[in-house]
Design a protein around this ligand. Sequence first.
Ligand SMILES: [Zn+2]
Length: 408
Amino acid sequence: MYKKLIAYSNKIFNLFSIIASITDERLKPQIDTVKIVAAIVIMQFTNLGSLNSLSQEIAYKNFKKDIPSVSTIARTADSLNLEEIRGVGIEIYAKARKKKMLEACYEMWVGVVDGHEQIVSPYCKCKYCKSRIVTKKGGVKETQYYHEFTAFILAGPKISFILDIEPILPGEGEISSSYRLIERVCKNYPRAFEIVIGDGLYLKETVFNLLEKHNKHAIAVLKEERRQLSQEANSLSLLSEPKVYRQKKTYYRVWDHSIEGCWDGYGKGVRVIVSEEATPKRVHSKDGKSFEDRLNRANWMWVTNLPCSDNLDDLKNTVRICHSRWQIENQCFNETVNTWNADHVYRHSANAIIVFLLMLFICVNIFNIFRIRNIKDRSIKTKIYLIELINAGFHATRRPLPPIPIPI
Ligand SMILES: [Zn+2]
């Protein structure tokens, strides 16, 4: 399976050629940058999880000729060019989109933005380290250092595609970092999405205006704290009938209000979508002997500047698109940490941390496409099993790398 994945990455995405465009700033490099980047790709694809595991593989399999030493990889990662790595991500995206490997999310191309704490470390080693005091058991206080990022993904019905990340610097909040991220993503992926979704934090006129400048619509979660808008929506809901429908097991009561003059600063009318959702669920009864039927209820409100539509199917799709925000939590943050070790500090420097994350996202994107399009074997049900097969293939191989073009 390892060979299949490497061959697929090379044949479909030309991966081992396009990574040759990445450079670094070592003064007298003895090893070509492309070999170092290729080693990182192998480490991420095989989910080795640390440079230490990679060094053991190199020693055990006698890969010294093919794979540079981990100290060289770590040192080079300090100065690998981030924009060039992002360029590789853009090329992978362009190929995937052209070959129709990505799908729109309920008839729209949807971007999702959110912030996340990625890495925790007991040591402060770089300029992006944020710090906090943690009180441990027994009252011992300890300073903890951590890195936060905002991330941007494309949501999709089967897979989400991770586009980019931006560090949240010490002393700034998520929104400041997201401005830089949104600007860059709109520039690098101008036609990849038509709408961007964020949580309650993103209900800001600056965010809506920035996206409007790039001809994108916005959706943000509306929380009770935004008194004027949420109260107006609630009182309008009392006065009007919802649209009622069922999708799969969930029953929906949805109101779609057009509201003007309740959002100081934005100055334009917006739609507030209110959704009351109820899903029947069968759970074990307290005595453990039988089952009980329960209704799981959830209430949601979103604000958007998407144009209004009277069509019920459009409204249903809009509600589903609003819900696709969870993909960034599940498929980007949780999955890359739980399955792909994205919270591991491979090398603690401001540049290297981003290098390893961007490279991981490139590999995860290719892996996800490879999995849904190429794995027809029904026995390979889970991602974890497929990763294990790839890892086992790597252990068995004698030549871990395809021929790599060395730039002159
Ligand atoms: Zn740091």
